[in-house]
Design a protein around this ligand. Sequence first.
Ligand SMILES: Nc1ncnc2c1ncn2[C@@H]1O[C@H](COP(=O)(O)OP(=O)(O)OP(=O)(O)O)[C@@H](O)[C@H]1O
Ligand SMILES: [Mg+2]
Length: 278
Amino acid sequence: MVDKPTYEELEQRLKQLDQEVVKRRQAEEEKKKVEAQLIQAQKMEAIGSLAGGIAHDFNNTLQVILGYAELLEINNKKEDPEKGYLEVIKKSAQRATEMTKQLLIFSRKVESELGPISLNQEVLKDQSLLRRTISPMIDIELNLAENLYIINADPVQVSQIIMNLAVNSRDAMPDGGKLIFETKNIILDEKYCRVNLEAVPRKYVLLGVSDTGHGMDENTLEHIFEPFYTTKKKGEGTGLGLSMVYGIVKNHGGHITCDSNPGHGTVFNIYFPALEDR
Ligand SMILES: Nc1ncnc2c1ncn2[C@@H]1O[C@H](COP(=O)(O)OP(=O)(O)OP(=O)(O)O)[C@@H](O)[C@H]1O
Ligand SMILES: [Mg+2]
């Protein structure tokens, strides 16, 4: 005859079962997270190649329009009343060219001019422009770690990332707030990369940009990197800022994440691979 388990043994078994349920639930959540990331990555890849193809041909067509508008302008007499029309044609074609360039950056059809740089220096270089662009009601805080690894990056594109993120933060804080830049060395390990498919385990330099703005809901968060996705009023945003950021980060072999909650601000973390992966 088998002995009846004691109270303590039963308690122990229940605890074990409980832990197993928690573990299984965690594994399932991880699986769901990874599946969602796979779908997201495929979607971005598809949008990227579609946008890249259109933007390339569109850009060529726009150059023809601009070229002929310029020829007409040269032949035009100063007092010609149609000179104004030509100006409008040129301005519109230039604006469209700018948009196609941004789309080309998103779809990674623009080469990055990579070289060894210090991320801190880039963040510091952009400060004077930032102070001029951002209202004095917003405090800018810099938490820059010392002895950062050197990264292999295009300084112009790093600056584009900084400006695009900062302008978005500014727009999310119309009544003022705090904009924080952070840099530090960080290692993304196997465990992290198992649930963040776009990251590879290695050493990185982190650029964190956070704000105390109005934040975003889950639905917005799902779409922020898609070209032309904007929640701003017509004429106030094209929805290409974060698409460019995404394309640049990918071109640098980097990884980007965004955490945000309505009413609780936003944090963007960008991981640039360290040049020397010692
Ligand atoms: N820091 C932030 N706080 C709250 N919402 C943000 C933040 N950054 C981005 N967003 C949301 O993501 C959307 C897309 O941003 P993105 O920079 O791509 O386009 P945009 O700012 O609307 O237009 P553009 O940058 O082309 O002028 C924004 O419209 C906004 O809803
Ligand atoms: Mg923007």
